[in-house]
Ligand binder design. Structure first.
Ligand SMILES: [Zn+2]
Length: 279
């Protein structure tokens, strides 16, 4: 759940590059005739995304113009995402759009593909529009439904547009059960409007981030337990609080920030609870 910089390429440039080697004259002519449509679709996409209203984006390109959805999809799959395609260089540059190649959707796994925020099956006019192509890990890409959101409640975060600032919204707690679990949850700041709060919650659920972060946290406990065994409760609380502060400076809402902060405030976890994760 991280914001990333918007790509510098325009949709018309990317589309023109992708169709530059089309050999069939008729197809090339039809593609060239829709360049103004690609441009205007990008403009309205941007306007709507800035207002968190992409669920209202309507795409009638293939009804108005003489191109099919299959032809448009192939511009992406064969001429951009394919290593022999003229758009492949741009495809790779877009994938590099994140610091450390971390997937901006989950904030944990590594980027290996581009995800269409508005799915390519239903939105032909933005099939190669850079603002619609999000660097993503394979799991997040797979979890994304083929169906786009139709209401604001169904939307997930858009890494090029949604700025969550530095307010804390991700938290963690330990649940002392058999076995114990680390539970992550969203608690939005009071200053957020309801729409943004709902979007973040929906993103967290849709991409199963509680499960991902819980598993990472347990790996972390197992890896650090040898050191923690040597500390008394107060020293471990201080140690975790120090780690939370350091993580918060890097990313205020990474799972590590939430995890170390939550555990540093839990007496049971620091006294003996962490040992239950490795017994
Ligand atoms: Zn991911």
């Amino acid at each position: 759940m991280r914001r990333i910089d918007q790509p510098k390429f325009s949709a018309a440039d990317v589309f023109s590059t992708c169709i530059s080697k089309v050999r069939k004259k008729d197809l090339k002519k039809r593609f060239e005739s829709i360049i103004p449509d690609i441009e205007s679709a990008e403009k309205s996409y941007k306007k709507l995304a800035e207002k968190s209203m992409l669920y209202t984006f309507s795409d009638d390109l293939c009804i108005r113009r003489n191109v099919t959805k299959e032809e448009m999809k192939a511009v992406y799959t064969q001429r951009m995402a394919n290593s022999g395609g003229p758009g492949y260089e741009i495809y790779n540059l877009l994938k590099r759009g994140t610091f450390n190649r971390t997937c901006p959707i989950c904030g944990q796994r590594k980027v290996s593909t581009l995800d269409h925020y508005l799915p390519k099956a239903s939105y032909p006019s933005v099939v190669v529009t850079p603002l619609n192509l999000i660097p993503a890990c394979p799991e997040c890409n797979k979890m994304k439904l083929d169906d786009a959101a139709h209401t604001s409640e169904e939307e997930t975060l858009h890494p090029y547009f949604d700025d969550l600032g530095s307010d804390r919204f991700l938290f963690a707690e330990v649940q002392n059960g058999e076995p114990p679990v680390i539970n992550f949850f969203i608690d939005p700041p009071k200053t957020w409007d309801e729409k943004l709060a709902q979007k973040v919650k929906n993103h967290f659920i849709s991409f199963e981030l509680n499960l991902l972060y819980s598993m990472q946290a347990i790996d972390d406990i197992i890896g650090q337990a040898g050191f923690w065994y040597q500390l008394n409760k107060e020293d471990l609380k201080n140690q975790l609080s120090f780690q939370a502060e350091s993580r918060r400076m890097a990313h205020p809402n990474s799972w590590q920030t939430a995890f170390y902060e939550g555990m540093s405030q839990d007496d049971w976890f620091c006294e003996k609870g962490f040992k239950k994760f490795i017994e």
